[in-house]
Design a protein around this ligand. Structure first.
Ligand code: GLN
Length: 473
């Protein structure tokens, strides 16, 4: 199959009749089947995808096709698509079928995107390597001995392996940007409230955002134009108007950019990644931008704050999986209590159970003030400091990840080592600001790595335009 590197290449071929939506969808499906061993897709929606492709081909002929006609897109397995299975890669939701469309799905379909299937991920989006899926590891298509990152590992791998032109993920603490970095693609965590969360299976509701994974910034911009905006089903979705991001990608504006001293001097940051960021900083200065070091004293508090608060929210959100309303029910249960206990014990994996217990602990009466309240206060401090920096600067530049993709089993035994993977990504979720990972680095180990930009709340327009410029550097 011809390799497409952007949606605009697909549109050109559709326009000149060099391909059709059906041909394209069939080719992607074939590629998925040929690389089944990578375990990227939990399910290919062959029938509905091909039906939609046929319908869109008709619409193209009649000149009534929507903006995303020909965009073959995959969903992370925690985003609801009516009449299709969604399991959050958990045994507890195995075979559960969604009764409604997530708002993002509704909007993509309305603009004639073709949804090709659901991608493997860490169970309930908890993880950084995809090793926590109940349905097996996803292999990194660039090096199958390595993890693809997580939790949206399948989504990033699907785009990198040419199984679709774009995918959706969710990002609570880096789950879009970290796998994008490990797979060499673009990943965006939108501003909190820019995209409706309705129909995304909740992990930590005050952190979660749905976002795109693509090969180009332009494709991210196009998808965001369609998905973003107010939604009566999610009161946290902002009613701020959504700009035409993709029409405003060219900029010659000179920006003020900050880098956080503590991030670039952090122990554990790979030397080549650090050097690449400094190299980019120099290039930006030569191009006339102002780039300055600023102090960020809270680096060591980011990961603990994230894990105290998100586990608390997770313990509440995941209480609904009780073996009664829906999902897995233990065959060994004898009464109400044992139904809850056994269904949850057998249905959830080890990491999810660890987080539910941690979250229940930090919310418990005796420890609430010591952990949960304290966590909220530290969140506020981090928010204030980040806002202060972003009042003075347009963007913050930092690494996406401390290293490149690692080998299976390397960090799985040690939760703390795994949690430290999130050190550069959680700041955006704690504060709500948008952040994008751009594939701007290649390591001497031949693996890619991302460079991250954070911007002010709702500054996606400026963030995309500057990212687009940065990709040319
Ligand atoms: N790696 C982080 C975690 O394990 C991020 C998860 C996410 O963003 N969903 O929680």
């Amino acid at each position: 199959m011809k390799t497409y590197n952007s949606f605009s290449e697909i549109k050109t071929d559709l326009l000149s009749n060099a391909t059709s939506c059906v041909t394209l969808t069939q080719a992607y499906i074939k590629n998925i089947h040929e690389h089944k061993s990578l375990n990227i897709f939990l399910e290919v929606f062959e029938q509905s995808a091909l039906e939609k492709a046929k319908e869109v081909d008709e619409k193209i002929k009649n000149k009534t096709a929507g903006k995303l006609a020909g965009m073959v897109i995959a969903l992370k397995d925690n985003i609801c698509y009516k009449g299709h299975k969604v399991s959050a890669s958990s045994k507890i939701l195995e075979n559960f079928e969604s009764l409604y469309n997530a708002t993002v799905v509704e909007r993509l379909l309305a603009e004639d995107a073709i949804i090709i299937g659901r991608c493997n991920c860490d169970e309930f989006a908890m993880g950084s390597s995809n090793e926590n899926s109940a349905f097996g590891n996803v292999l990194n298509p660039l090096n199958p001995n390595c993890v693809p990152g997580g939790s949206s590992g399948g989504s990033a791998a699907a785009v990198a392996a040419n199984m679709c032109i774009a995918a959706l993920g969710t990002d609570t603490g880096g789950s879009i940007r970290q796998p994008a970095s490990f797979c060499g693609v673009v990943g965006l965590k939108p501003t909190y409230g820019r995209v409706s969360r309705y129909g995304a299976i909740a992990y930590a509701s005050s952190f979660d955002q749905i976002g795109p994974i693509t090969k180009t910034v332009e494709d991210t911009a196009i998808i965001m134009e369609v998905m973003a905006g107010k939604d009566e089903y999610d009161s946290t979705a902002s009613s701020k108007p959504v700009p035409n991001y993709s029409n405003e990608l060219n900029t010659s504006k000179k920006h003020k950019i900050a880098y956080l001293k503590q991030c670039l001097e952090a122990n554990g940051l790979d030397a080549e990644i650090k050097n690449r960021i400094y190299e980019i900083i120099e290039k930006l200065k030569l191009a006339g931008h102002t780039v300055e070091a600023v102090d960020f004293p809270y680096l060591d508090y980011l990961v603990p704050t994230y894990y105290v608060l998100t586990t608390a929210e997770a313990s509440s959100n995941l209480a609904r999986f009780d073996g009664i309303n829906f999902g897995y029910r233990s065959k060994n249960a004898t009464d109400l209590e044992s139904t809850y206990k056994k269904s949850r014990t057998e249905g959830f994996g080890a990491e999810v159970k660890r987080r539910i217990m941690l979250g229940t602990f930090v919310l418990s009466a005796g420890y609430y003030d010591a952990y949960y309240s304290k966590g909220q206060k530290v969140r506020k401090l981090i928010q204030n400091k980040t806002t202060e920096i972003l009042n003075d600067y347009d963007f913050i530049i930092l690494p996406s990840t401390p290293g490149t993709a690692f080998e299976f089993g390397q960090k799985g035994e040690d939760p703390i080592a795994m949690y430290l993977e999130d050190i550069f990504t959680v700041q955006a979720n704690i504060t709500g600001v948008p952040a994008i990972s751009l594939p701007l680095g290649t390591h001497s180990n031949k693996l890619p790595f991302g460079v991250q930009l954070m911007g002010n709340m709702f500054s996606e327009r400026e963030l995309f335009a500057f990212s687009n410029e940065l990709m040319k550097i």
